[in-house]
Design a protein around this ligand. Sequence first.
Ligand code: DGL
Length: 279
Amino acid sequence: MSNQRPIGVFDSGVGGLTVAREIMRQMPDERIVYFGDTARVPYGSKSRVTIIRFVRQIVRFLETKKVKAIAIACNTASSYALDTIEAEVDLPIIGVVKPGARTAIRTTVNRRIGVIGTDATINSGMYPQYIHSLAPDIEVFGKACPLFCPLVEEGMLHDFVTEEIAHRYLTELKGRDIDTLILGCTHYPLIRSLIGKCMGPGVQLVNPAYETAVSLRDMLREKDLLAAPLPAGSEPHHEFYVSDGAEKFENFANSILPYDIRKTQVVDIEGYSMEKING
Ligand code: DGL
């Protein structure tokens, strides 16, 4: 049995493209419907109640696109809203926090892991909580890096300002003797080389996107939802939606994806409400 319906993937903006890119790489037959909430980015400074409301609207939107599963390609939304949404929606849903934490546990040798993310992700305590549930002996050090997301959204990936801010944020973690650092925001893999340079060669960087795509594939296989192989030479048609600034998003996405986006559509996301999910 196969299932040709698309996978819904979303984030507050361009960060989730790092997860979409990995899904495209690992599952070249799958179609993706991507939503970037570019009108309301960043999520990291917002409250749990607000994030849950945003996520409900996006999930409702993705349901109208007849997705077969959803990947929350955002650590902030995964930390604050995954449990709530899972209980409300009858679709397989995966977040990025657990897959990222599992990779870090496998990676660390000295049992000292750092996590960088938004204020919301770090304050939620989701990473240490999940890591400790699997490996209570591991020490976890969190550091919020709230300016990274807007800098990435502005495309300042190789800018000296971003480098300076990275140094300020990461100096504290460098003193913690960690050997593994989780890039706990899907925007951060886009400045991976800069973060790596700051942390030095003794620290392994973990990008949860890889493991998230692996877990997603396992989940689809288990539920008999994997797409059938495409004919040789053809590629799936992915769809991209944003809540604002379609052209800026599209330019950015085309610079990092192995897929040429032809059209990004703007969605009035506030028009999608939870009542409709259950209605
Ligand atoms: N990329 C998101 C994350 O993984 C959100 C960043 C933001 O909007 O603040 O947390």
